[in-house]
Design a binder for this molecule. Sequence first.
Ligand SMILES: NC(=O)c1ccc[n+]([C@@H]2O[C@H](COP(=O)([O-])OP(=O)(O)OC[C@H]3O[C@@H](n4cnc5c(N)ncnc54)[C@H](OP(=O)(O)O)[C@@H]3O)[C@@H](O)[C@H]2O)c1
Length: 351
Amino acid sequence: MTEPTTALPLPRFPDPRDAPSLRWGILAPGGIANDFVGSLRAHTGQRVVAVGSRNADRAAAFAARHEIERSYGSYEELVADPGVDVVYIASPHTEHTPNALLAIAAGKHVLIEKPMAATAVEAQEIADAARAAGVFAMEAMWTRYLPQTDIARQLLEAGTLGEVRVVTADFGGAAEFDPASRLFDPRLAGGALLDIGVYPVSFASFAMGAPASVIASGELAPSGVDAQAALILTGPNGAQALLSTGVIARTPWTASISGTLGRIDIHSPFWCASGVTVHDTEGHTIGTWLDESGRPDRQGMCYQAAALARYVAAGLTESPLHSLDETVSIIATIDEARRQLGYERLGQAAE
Ligand SMILES: NC(=O)c1ccc[n+]([C@@H]2O[C@H](COP(=O)([O-])OP(=O)(O)OC[C@H]3O[C@@H](n4cnc5c(N)ncnc54)[C@H](OP(=O)(O)O)[C@@H]3O)[C@@H](O)[C@H]2O)c1
């Protein structure tokens, strides 16, 4: 059992309950929307005031489950609600762009589930529209807003790890092939890279910046979506990220950043609240920090919502921790990996 020590910087993130309260509208009440609202209700002072579904009964059932005041049988009605400040978009990847553009056109701030869009071209469309409208837009890459990520950020900013040379991250799960599931449906931009590979790719971008080159190897599922992929990203200064993702086998879910002076390991699962251990170049432990906040698994999504509320209150239109340009660049890396794997429907709209 690893014991926590105090030799590391402490996370600078304030309690998510202390953020200014926004009025949230939930667009597409599926699986992740359920967890997101649960996290907001348990750990923040954010108010979920409305939900919109393509089906009025589904919206009403979701509203009843989470004690939400208003429910709508269309996304159009939801975004037109004058009592909603920010729309959380939780539809399948291919719908993020039309849904986000709808909310932005109605003057709403948007938090868009990961990946922000199915292609970099679409992500750029969202960024352009949000900037033109002057509303806040952010991809829901919640890992960026976890306390442990702020420890890694401080170590990178202070140069404690030296020059970053090697980044590793993996996110693979074992799912049974089901052509009816959005995970395997090419018309909904299914596949491992966009669904969970976006976490390792985003982690590499956080640790070493945008890659100068991308090499991808892997295999496709029978439906033509990517089922497993290994990526080598090389940064402009020679740093390399070795990433893996897939929907066939469960991998360790760890991440690390190795520099010329030391290494930080993000404990499994690296994408939710876990902990970190820092080592020197001899491999000795310098310090360990464990997340004991009681917000495990997807409950950690509360941090991104609190961060967004603070940014909006401060008059920002994008996240200083995760800009729209960086989000577009991360999806461009995934586009390139999918292209190399032979993903056939890359960039094609759903029929
Ligand atoms: N942050 C995370 O940890 C996390 C975890 C899981 C998923 N996600 C992301 O969240 C998004 C949704 O994933 P999910 O697992 O919640 O999916 P889901 O359970 O299938 O829910 C998606 C919802 O989108 C709506 N929808 C709109 N257009 C649709 C279409 N053409 N086909 C199917 N549903 C459609 C449906 O609601 P109505 O028809 O009622 O409107 C559906 O319930 C994905 O982009 C995924 O990457 C994030």
